[in-house]
Ligand binder design. Structure first.
Ligand code: ZN
Ligand code: ZN
Length: 396
């Protein structure tokens, strides 16, 4: 039996166990940076597979390794995230969340169980590949500053540095059985912008005695959109959205201040830095020119995610061998953000999508919704596919 056939048959044979692990994690979701029981469970599962090279890090994260023959030849890293979201689950399933108000609505239960399955398979075929596979189970993908940044801080990409890192994410836009790839530009940086426009409150009928922060804020919002349309390259997707504006005056009261909050996203780190500067300068100087003041606070989020083209191309070839060319698809860029991007700033990285949709079973909800769920048939593929990609990278 070829290694490909062996990995496929193991992935299939273990799929009931992978689903059981997924359901356990799904029923016991934990919020970002609070994955105490999840990481404990992950460690127990790894040990039950006979994997003992385990290091806890990043608070509630861990790294495990499986060494093949000639283990120092090369190391490849595989990553899963473990945190859930503050959402009340609306699915009526036997493995429904038992932690009120917390739900695995982004599929991180799937990523974790799938990577556990991958670890189990690779441990079972470790005499058939050369090099080492490092498994990163990270906390806090859904919340700034991102668990990935803590994993890197704690050395997850050191001693030795892996030649690359691969991440998998569920994808409700693609049917189960299909896999999505994108070379190069893939996901956006995401920064939060908080503006406090300060004027001077007064009677609505006597604006000459006040400094109206509502009017200043209105100008700022319009002017900032022009930074996007006039300063950003039309060849680089970018977006600025203000979804929150509060100015608590009344029909006849000019308030003292207005607060505005929004998100700025970019697909290029140089533009990201200069765009943020321009936003700050424009808001401050416009407010000043109109007699008020604007305090600008920027909360830096995840960086831009670039899928290393060579690595992604090789993974795609491996995936075509695994699921068939007809089941491998190109996917579009998204201005969503992912903390996997932090890894891509250190080593070649590739983030691909595991199809999880099934229209016939009514599994069509998008991630981050109370009815999100997956077609668990995807879990027969996920573990073996990633194992196959890993051994291919080590072989090259
Ligand atoms: Zn998410
Ligand atoms: Zn996610």
């Amino acid at each position: 039996m070829s290694l490909l056939e062996k990995i496929k048959s193991l992935s299939q044979a273990h799929s009931a166990k992978t689903v059981a692990i997924r359901r356990h994690i799904h029923a016991n979701p934990e919020l970002s940076y609070q994955e105490v029981n999840t990481v404990k469970y992950v460690e127990e599962q790894l040990r039950s597979f006979g994997i003992t090279n385990i290091t806890r890090m990043a608070g509630t994260g861990l790294v495990a390794e499986v060494a093949g023959k000639n283990p120092t030849r090369k190391t490849i890293a595989l990553r899963a995230d473990m945190d859930a979201l503050p959402i009340v689950e609306a699915n009526d399933v036997p493995y429904k969340s038992t932690n009120p108000g917390v739900m695995h609505a982004c599929g991180h239960d799937v990523h974790t169980s799938s990577l556990l399955g991958t670890a189990r398979i690779l441990n079972e075929v470790k005499d058939q590949f050369e090099g080492t596979v490092r498994f990163l189970f990270q906390p806090g993908e859904e919340k700034n500053p991102g668990g990935a940044s803590y994993m890197i801080r704690d050395g997850a990409l050191e001693n030795p540095r892996p030649v690359g890192i691969i991440g998998q994410h569920v994808f409700p836009l693609l049917p189960a059985g299909k896999i999505g790839f994108r070379e190069g530009m893939y996901m956006a940086s995401a920064d939060e912008i908080y503006l406090r426009v300060i004027g001077k409150g007064g009677h609505g009928a006597a604006p000459e005695l006040a400094i109206d922060p509502i009017v200043i804020a209105s100008h700022i919002i319009i002017a900032l959109q022009q930074i996007i349309s006039r300063n950003a390259s039309p060849k680089q997707p970018t977006v600025l959205t203000f979804g929150d504006i509060v100015g608590k005056g009344a029909t006849n009261i000019i308030p003292d201040e207005v607060r505005i909050a929004g998100t700025f996203r970019a697909m290029n780190e140089t533009w990201r830095a200069s765009g943020l500067q321009k936003i700050q300068k424009m808001a401050e100087s416009l407010a000043e020119g109109m007699g008020g003041r604007c305090e600008v606070e920027i909360s830096h989020g995840y960086p831009y995610l670039e899928n290393n083209p060579e690595l992604t191309r090789r993974l795609r070839v491996a995936a075509e061998a695994y699921v068939g060319q007809e089941n491998v698809h190109d996917i579009d860029i998204t201005l969503g953000a992912e903390d996997f991007a932090y890894y891509s700033q250190v080593i070649p990285a590739s983030f691909y999508r595991l199809g999880t949709r099934n229209d016939a079973k009514g599994l069509t909800s998008y991630v981050h919704t109370p009815t999100f769920n997956i077609d668990e048939d995807a879990l027969a593929i996920g573990p073996g596919l990633m194992a196959w990609m890993a051994v291919n990278e080590l072989a090259g």
